[in-house]
Design a protein around this ligand. Structure first.
Ligand code: ADP
Length: 217
């Protein structure tokens, strides 16, 4: 549709549990599809068949997983996902909207788990081969609200089971990452209605997709 989409456009949605990533991903995909963009929605961990198996392992609340093992499982999922799904879709000119990506590794494993940041960045580098998102939308929310939202989903997964203090470190990590990369990462206040958040997200995306893009319907 747009000349600058010959190489696709890679959007990542980041934020703590219950911040609304998957809800907003679906709405954004619908809006962009209606505007004529070819869209791929996907998630990490997951997306590929191998990744969905890794996701089951990572989110199963019955495991105790060592922090370094957790880091490597997330990185393995990401490497597979980039190679098998994201890169091919981008080379077809698609808009890829991914629920969680490299910033989650940094926020959870470096800020949350306290692993050395440089190790986490090396794992990300290995997994992504240096591919960075064109735009990252950070849904920022107090973990008290986020965890209350996911509570209604029923059984908590392994990450949702973590302490409030852990989720607070993760949130602070995401905000620190956003402050370091303000051109790529846009902070969206997620303590508002689904419609209000979606409006901000859509405007941000259309601004970045380039001049000549039709406005949101
Ligand atoms: P995430 O993917 O970030 O974990 P979800 O999109 O799955 O978050 O949302 C978690 C829960 O919160 C779902 O039940 C969803 O319907 C609800 N939810 C999402 N966005 C909002 C919002 N802005 N206000 C209130 N509830 C929301």
């Amino acid at each position: 549709m747009l000349a600058n989409l010959s190489k696709g456009f890679f959007i990542t949605l980041e934020g703590i549990e219950g911040s609304g990533k998957s809800t907003q991903q679906q709405l954004l995909a619908k809006a962009l599809t209606e505007l004529g963009f070819a869209v791929l929605t996907t998630r990490e961990p997951g997306g590929t068949a191998l990744g969905e198996r890794i996701r089951e392992l990572l989110l199963d609340p019955s495991w105790l997983i060592a922090p370094a093992a957790e880091l490597l499982l997330y990185a393995a999922d990401r490497a597979q996902h980039l190679a098998m799904m994201v890169e091919p879709a981008l080379s077809e000119g698609k808009v890829v909207i991914c629920d969680r990506h490299a910033d989650s590794l940094l926020a959870y494993q470096a800020f949350g788990r306290d692993l050395p940041r440089q190790l986490v960045e090396t794992a990300n580098q290995l997994a992504t081969g240096g591919r960075a998102p064109d735009l990252t939308l950070l849904l920022d929310l107090d973990p008290v609200l986020g965890l209350a939202r996911v509570e209604t989903r029923g059984n908590r997964d392994r990450m949702e089971n973590e302490t409030l203090a852990f989720h607070r470190r993760v949130r602070a990590g995401f905000l620190a990452i956003a402050a370091e990369a303000p051109r790529r990462v846009k902070i969206i206040a997620a303590n508002r209605s689904i419609a209000a958040i979606q409006q901000d997200l859509a405007l941000e995306v259309l601004r970045h997709l380039g001049p000549g893009t039709p406005g949101p319907k």
